[in-house]
Design a protein around this ligand. Structure first.
Ligand SMILES: Cc1cc2nc3c(=O)[nH]c(=O)nc-3n(C[C@H](O)[C@H](O)[C@H](O)COP(=O)(O)O)c2cc1C
Length: 181
């Protein structure tokens, strides 16, 4: 799949079943995604892969935080066979400002989503207020200044579902040829 097609046909997928990439395949794609622009090549991120019953530990942390039932949270964390938790691990002493480090994480993650899509996998980046909740931070073993930036829910889109090719928006009003006055 060429890059333009990948960009125009990738969509956030709500309904994902198996198969998901194996840890080895995820690692292979991540290696490529880590070639995204990254000021200082700090790679200020790490991923935690959750699948099978290990997703229940996350469900328990979410339930502990919001007081909802474990079953409800289990249903949430079982919306895809693979939950890849994205952790932002900024380098606090680097001269590269933190916002630039976060921009690099975003560039890497976008590349990863496109690579997953080109490989036949669907994904959606999910976030939410609970990312900073103490039980979640504890489960993910986050130390300051680390921060969870969400989960990539990854799997396979149900067979036969038509490709939701994007109509690229007209962005002409966001573009100006600069001419100093
Ligand atoms: C940083 C970030 C956080 C997001 N969080 C959520 C989320 O919590 N729930 C959700 O349904 N989608 C989430 N999304 C997906 C966007 O809603 C989605 O990309 C947008 O609706 C456009 O749809 P598309 O990806 O199919 O083009 C998130 C996307 C990004 C980049």
């Amino acid at each position: 799949m060429d890059v333009m097609t990948a960009i125009l046909t990738r969509r956030s997928e709500q309904k994902l079943a198996g198969p998901a990439p194996s840890p080895e395949e995820f690692r292979y794609l991540l290696k490529a995604a880590s070639c995204a622009p990254d000021h200082g090549m700090l790679r200020p991120w790490r991923w935690l892969l959750m699948s099978g019953d290990s997703r229940d530990a996350l469900a328990a942390a979410l339930a502990e935080d919001n007081g909802k039932s474990l079953e409800a949270m289990r249903a949430k964390t079982r919306r895809a066979p693979l939950l890849a938790t994205l952790v932002f691990s900024p380098d606090p002493v680097s001269p590269v400002p933190e916002w630039e480090q976060m921009a690099a994480v975003s560039a890497m993650t976008t590349s990863l989503m496109l690579l997953l899509h080109a490989r036949g996998f669907g994904s959606i980046w999910r976030t939410g207020a609970q990312l900073d909740a103490e039980p979640v931070r504890k489960l993910l073993d986050l130390d300051q200044p680390e921060r969870a930036l969400g989960w990539l829910y990854i799997g396979t889109v149900e067979p036969g579902r038509p490709t939701r090719r994007r109509q690229a928006p007209d962005v002409g009003d966001r573009l100006k040829i600069f001419s100093p006055v």
